[in-house]
Design a protein around this ligand. Structure first.
Ligand SMILES: Cc1cc2nc3c(=O)[nH]c(=O)nc-3n(C[C@H](O)[C@H](O)[C@H](O)COP(=O)(O)O)c2cc1C
Length: 483
């Protein structure tokens, strides 16, 4: 196995590793192991080490995809009858896309075999602190830290006593002393052991130390026929508690808000088979809709023709032309926030043919263009039902900031998200975007115009950032729900 000398790496890589390991509370060596594991598992995390730390995310919990684990747990199985339930716990964790590496105490091996645990976890099982095979690179430290959470189930009275007093004379207690991860204990013991003053003291101490306990439940004791408090929580309860610690509920800063979003191009018909269009893919507007929905908003997305799946949990109105888009936008009011990300055609054909235009010897038929309704200005200038926050997009190919500033004043909206859509940027149809948020200082109607330029980001990141700004701006202000 090759070893890596961090000292010999490029300065840039070293800085990246230091920042990332500090952020994740790991040593640099551990961070390298995690990065390698993520690479091997195909887990992709954008490498943006030198940018400012991201704003509090309103992003949705990542979707579970494929069979790639999204988190990992070191499961310590103690020596109690309830150890058999830990076999089910392994399965429950794995079905939640949580990778499980198991450690068995000496006593635990009297109740379940390493072979059964290994077969269920599809991983090597660890039993011995002085195992030359895993200790060649301090295996107990790896088990303590190369995971997102440590679960002890069953947590015996003995293991809890050792933990409360900082013992480290076997693999399980050494891991528990060496970890900087959250620890979840599922105690299981005879009711008299549980109520014993020594156990009470240990439980209090462990809770003070930040350890989380699930259970024990009350009920019959399998081994004695006695009843009382001491039964280990069911595997499904422990797995849910682990999941709550690993994936804390996402904050919903837009809960109770109604957000109207437009996206995509419009198609302006020339005749029944031909139309005028633009290169908008709808990706940015769809990403904003998904981010707003994940932030708890009720989202209505009015979309021109796009090749994208409707975002989950969003009401989508599909339209073709600018006039249809305006109709649907008006029908969706009132809203707390309106974000107009669609690339609406400025003009449509005045003399739209009812039949397919034919080639004639007279040459090309003249196309008369007339102006389309200005959806952003129409809604921003409403006196009745104007959403309290109206945001427009400005797609420009030159004089980006100047044009966006004058658009803000001309259209009467509150913010403009300006982006350069020159072909060289690859923004139109691409996955990344570089935007500038143009707004009035302190939100005052005639206040000085402020320009906030964001670094290049994916369209999803732009959406999350924009939704975070929106949430901050509208917190506490709400319109009456739509009838
Ligand atoms: C049949 C049997 C069942 C046991 N069940 C429990 C139990 O449920 N909880 C407990 O704390 N100890 C129980 N013990 C005692 C532990 O196995 C003993 O304290 C052991 O040293 C624990 O080791 P460990 O904490 O390293 O796993 C049991 C012992 C036996 C013989």
């Amino acid at each position: 196995m090759a070893s890596l000398t961090i000292r010999k790496l490029d300065e840039g890589v070293k800085t990246y590793l230091r920042l990332r390991s500090a952020k994740n509370h790991r040593s640099v060596e551990e961070e390298v192991r995690v990065i390698l594991r993520e690479l091997i598992e195909g887990r992709e995390e954008p490498l943006t080490p030198f940018s400012a730390p991201p704003a509090p995310s309103t992003a949705p919990t990542p979707q579970r995809t494929g069979a790639v684990p999204e988190a990992s747990v070191t499961l310590i199985i103690g020596g109690g009858i309830a150890a058999y339930k830990s076999l089910d716990l392994i399965r429950r964790l794995k079905e939640r896309r949580i990778e499980v590496r198991c450690v068995l105490t000496k006593a635990a091996q009297q109740f379940v075999t390493p072979l059964a645990v290994s077969a269920l976890s599809h991983e090597r099982v660890y039993t011995d602190l002085f195992d030359p095979q895993s200790e060649f690179d301090a295996g107990h430290i790896r088990l303590a830290r190369d995971c997102d959470l440590i679960v002890v189930a069953p947590a015996t009275a003995d293991l809890m006593a050792k933990m409360a007093n900082g013992h480290a004379d076997d693999l399980a207690s050494a891991i528990l002393l060496a970890t900087n991860r959250k620890v979840l204990l599922a105690p299981a013991m005879n009711p008299l052991m549980w109520t014993n003053a020594a156990t009470r003291r240990n439980v209090t101490q462990l809770q003070r130390d930040g350890v989380v306990l699930i259970g024990p439940n009350s009920g019959e004791m399998a081994e004695t026929g006695e009843a009382g408090v001491g039964r280990m929580s069911e595997a499904i309860e422990i797995a849910s508690a682990a999941e709550r610690l690993l994936r804390p509920p996402v904050p919903k800063p837009l809960a109770g808000k109604r957000v109207l979003i437009t996206a995509g191009p419009t198609h302006e018909p020339i005749d029944p088979v031909r139309y005028i269009a633009n290169r908008s893919s709808g990706k940015q507007g769809f990403a904003i809709a998904a981010a707003a929905q994940a932030a708890g908003a009720e989202v209505i997305l009015v979309s021109g023709p796009v090749d994208l799946d409707d975002p989950t949990g969003v009401t989508v109105k599909h339209v073709e032309s600018a006039r249809q888009m305006l109709e649907q936008v008006q029908a969706a009011l009132p809203a707390d926030i309106a974000i107009f990300a669609a690339a609406v055609a400025d003009w449509r054909v005045a003399n739209e043919g009812e039949q397919k235009l034919k080639k004639t010897s007279a040459g090309m038929p003249p196309l008369q263009l007339v102006e389309n309704p200005d959806i952003l200005a129409t809604i921003a200038k409403l006196t009745d039902k104007r959403p309290p926050l109206v945001i427009g997009f400005a797609a420009e190919t030159e004089h980006l900031i100047d044009n966006a500033k004058s658009k803000l004043a001309r259209k009467g909206c509150d913010w403009i998200v300006a982006n350069d859509v020159s072909p060289a940027t690859g923004v139109m149809g691409g996955d990344r975007n570089t935007v500038h948020l143009i707004s009035r200082k302190n939100g005052e109607k005639d206040g000085e115009i402020a320009v906030d330029s964001w670094p290049v980001m994916t369209k999803e990141q732009v959406a999350i950032e924009l939704v975070a700004h929106v949430a901050k701006s509208v917190s506490g202000k709400s319109v009456e729900p739509a009838s």
